[in-house]
Design a protein around this ligand. Structure first.
Ligand code: IMP
Ligand code: MG
Length: 172
């Protein structure tokens, strides 16, 4: 596996994202909502770089990737979502690929009465976009390669890797 983004660079950018979030939401009722499972590593690191009080919550999304690596039917679940009425929401995912996940979740969270909504991702693949979604915050934009690590998986594996690595065809 080839390392695309080493852990030191990830840490540096996540800390910068945390400073931006802290400025945006100072003295506002912020809820950071992570998208399971891919965002767990980013959420854990990002919230410790946010200097303003906030709550965290999770939602679930899956697009049945892996075997085919094409985004198919998207399933979302808001079962775990607390009341966000009147709260400012930062929706956090590992990656914005086609943009379908963040588009669907943004609408669902707004429909639950959030006062404002922004999106933050570790990685953005602008070349893969199939929607107008542009993340409000992203740590890195990357080319159209399949990556794993720092929360991102291939068929459930590799989420624990500290770096972002490219998984090539022979490894899938
Ligand atoms: P979307 O296409 O923007 O809706 O992204 C769907 C989901 O696909 C993301 O939340 C990731 O879980 C997954 N995904 C997209 N690209 C990659 C990748 O390169 N590696 C691992 N997972 C990915
Ligand atoms: Mg995901």
């Amino acid at each position: 596996m080839q390392i695309l983004i080493p852990k030191e660079q990830i840490a540096e950018r996540v800390s910068e994202l945390g400073r931006t979030v802290s400025e945006w939401y100072r003295d506002r009722p912020l809820t950071v909502i992570g998208v399971l499972h891919g965002s767990v590593v980013l959420v854990a690191d990002l919230i410790r770089e946010i200097a303003t009080p906030h709550q965290i919550a999770f939602v679930r999304a899956s697009s049945y990737r892996g075997e085919t690596t094409t985004a198919e039917e998207l399933t979302i679940s808001l079962d775990l979502l607390p009341d966000v009425t009147g709260r400012d929401v930062l929706l956090v995912d590992d990656i914005c690929d086609t943009g379908r996940t963040l588009t669907a979740l943004s609408k669902a969270v707004r429909d639950r009465g959030a006062k404002s909504l922004r999106t933050a991702v570790l990685l953005w693949k602008p070349d893969r976009s199939q929607t107008p979604m542009v993340p409000d915050l992203y740590a890195f934009n990357i080319p159209d390669v399949f990556v794993v690590g720092y929360g991102l998986d291939y068929n459930g594996n590799y989420r624990h890797l500290r770096d972002i690595a490219v998984l090539d065809e022979s490894e899938r």
